[in-house]
Design a binder for this molecule. Sequence first.
Ligand code: RRO
Length: 310
Amino acid sequence: MTKRISTKIAEIPLASFIFNASGPRCTEEDELNLLGTSASAAIMTKSCTMEPREGNAEPRYQALPYGSIQSMGLPNLGYKAYLEMLPRLKQAGKPIVVSISGFSLADNLTMVKAFQTSCADLIEVNFSCPNIEGKAQVGYDFEQTERALEQLCELGSKPIGLKLPPYFDFSHFNTMANIIKKFPVSFITCINSVGNTLVIDPETESAIIKPKGGFGGLCGDYIKPIGLANVRAFSQLLPSSIDIIGVGGIKTGTDAFEYLLAGASAVQVATCFEKEGVECFDRIAKELDSIMAAKQYSSIAAVKGKLKMI
Ligand code: RRO
């Protein structure tokens, strides 16, 4: 990978601007090992819970022409399995990002505390899973978010980040940015899937996924403009010391370049990774590198947040 697209999140160096999102193909140890040998800049784990979970009933994932809808329901091995596997994953020689997604503040405190003394490099706390029946997305409850950060940021010195849901109003960007600024949050990841969307098959006259009455998270091309807007809005509201990781509809070097212009320090890939496999990381990185070379940019810093207004 060329130096041109190397970056840092919370001062942790990444060989490239692109790695996997917590989502597809990062639950099992063999999947995480494959990420280790791929061109993904980091190994990111599927969000974990206190106990192992099978996830929601199937069908729970459907590819769509421009992305996907899913309601996986947090299938994962339970946090202890990831803790135990981390030293082996570390042998790949790249940063490890663990994602935690507890069902309560107590769960999140237990898991963050455990990973604070592990060999994980970064901890992403998922405040935005839309797919658990009866559990609202924490990131849409500003008081709960603030109460959680008060305690989650006290547990150790490893960098903590938040995976946020998409926001659609400036008052919400402002409120969330003001909360984040009160705490030593090192990075944010924008955006999770656009939750509670409905896709209908007119032939069968049915919703196309089963969980939650057919309501699921929309991913892929459909959500790229929403992801870009969230990255841009937060990059204007937060100090530059808080890195922003962009997610949502990245499948080419051009998409990654647009997120970089909007202010992202790195990007994560989910739907394209699900559809294409690990080869996507090398391809997207090379495409981004070519775009930057053609434009004579020699570093991520030269482009980050430099979106022009017309
Ligand atoms: O597992 C899921 O259903 C899931 C999670 Br944890 C999440 O954060 N976002 C999403 O779209 N699906």
